[in-house]
Design a protein around this ligand. Structure first.
Ligand code: ADP
Ligand code: MG
Length: 320
């Protein structure tokens, strides 16, 4: 069985290196050059086997998702991803597992020009913590606290696919490969986040479901909102597999979408549409920011709709 250092050598051999990495894997810490006039944006997310991905998920998908969820956080801040570290806990020193994990992880890292510059390797129940570092021109990060009354609420892409894939996996019944793919390989909306600098007033990435994540923006901004359920963007596949009520539940409370939700003045709508169309990413206005606190969910008929729960919360209910 290979030791910790053999595993680290395997990782080091494959990690790409940007010019601004003064010292990467191999010293006691990484040394990174932050360009003048920029702020460093740092985020950290952990994936635990059986909690954040179903047991038996392909290791390359686990690697992809471990980085994707972090790049999604950078995207929501309008930061350009630059570097990451990887704290990996493995039950045994399985080199084949590590190689496949790195296939997915480094595929996404290379796509976004991100260098893996360090980490930690330990033995224990399968889990990984990635810290990602991004750069933003000083003062231009998109915050949760910027939403203003009267603004539009937008979401990118479609919502609910990943949650639909997870629901089908849990039921052990017929499952759509398309929905499952969205669960295993979420696309971090990095370019969209960059395009929204100076256009959006606030942003959040959708990891816990639109209701909970938009709720964070509303709370941070001291406002409320109305969401029109009939406008929630939905994939053809999700519509084929779930009825309308179940879809709303998945879209609002399911989580794992990793789309962006952002607010902007109505006067910026055309610019936003054009900027995102250039990225071939559809974006939809799904509601409006209002003065009255709280989130009001309206059906196409104008009635109020109450979700069964509001987003995945660790330490609540039966979850770990
Ligand atoms: P130390 O004991 O000084 O923390 P380690 O032996 O843990 O050093 O790590 C040696 C080098 O390998 C460090 O540069 C560290 O950042 C890097 N490293 C360790 N594990 C990983 C990993 N999973 N991914 C990337 N780099 C790693
Ligand atoms: Mg260490």
């Amino acid at each position: 069985m290979p030791g910790e250092f053999a595993l680290i050598d395997r990782i080091r051999a494959r990690a790409a290196r940007r010019d601004d990495v003064v010292r990467g894997i191999g010293d006691d810490a990484a040394v990174l050059a932050v360009p003048d006039g920029h702020e460093l944006v740092v985020t950290c997310d952990t994936l635990v086997a059986g909690v954040h991905f179903p047991d038996g998920t392909a290791p390359s998908d686990v690697g992809y998702k471990a980085l994707a969820v972090n790049l999604s956080d950078l995207a929501a801040m309008a930061a350009a991803p630059a570097w990451c570290t990887l704290a990996l806990t493995l039950p045994d020193g399985d080199e084949a597992w590590l190689d496949a994990f790195l296939d997915g992880f480094l595929e996404l890292a290379d796509e976004h020009g991100v260098s893996l510059v360090g980490g930690d390797t330990t033995r224990g129940p399968l889990a990984m913590t990635v810290t990602a570092h991004g750069l933003v021109p000083a003062g231009q990060a998109l915050l949760r606290s910027g939403a203003r009354v009267g603004e539009d609420i937008w979401v990118t892409g479609t919502l609910g696919d990943a949650a639909g894939g997870l629901a089908q996996w849990r039921q052990r019944g017929p499952a759509s490969a398309k929905l499952r793919y969205r669960l295993d390989r979420p696309t971090p909306r990095v370019q969209a986040g960059l395009a929204l600098r100076g256009l959006a007033s606030a942003a959040v990435d959708l990891s816990d479901g639109l209701a909970a994540d938009l709720g964070h923006v509303l709370a941070a901004s001291g406002v409320g909102a109305r969401l029109d359920l009939g406008r929630l963007p939905c994939s053809r596949t999700l519509a084929d597999h779930f009825d309308e009520n179940r879809r709303w539940e998945l879209q609002l409370t399911g989580g794992d979408d990793y789309e962006l939700c952002f607010t902007a003045p109505a006067a910026r709508a055309l610019e936003i549409e054009q900027a995102l169309a250039a990225l071939e990413l559809p974006a939809t206005v799904v509601g409006q920011v209002e003065a009255e606190p709280g989130l009001r969910l309206l059906t196409p008929e104008g009635g109020a709709w109450t979700p069964p729960a509001t987003g995945y919360q660790h330490f609540e209910g039966g979850h770990a």
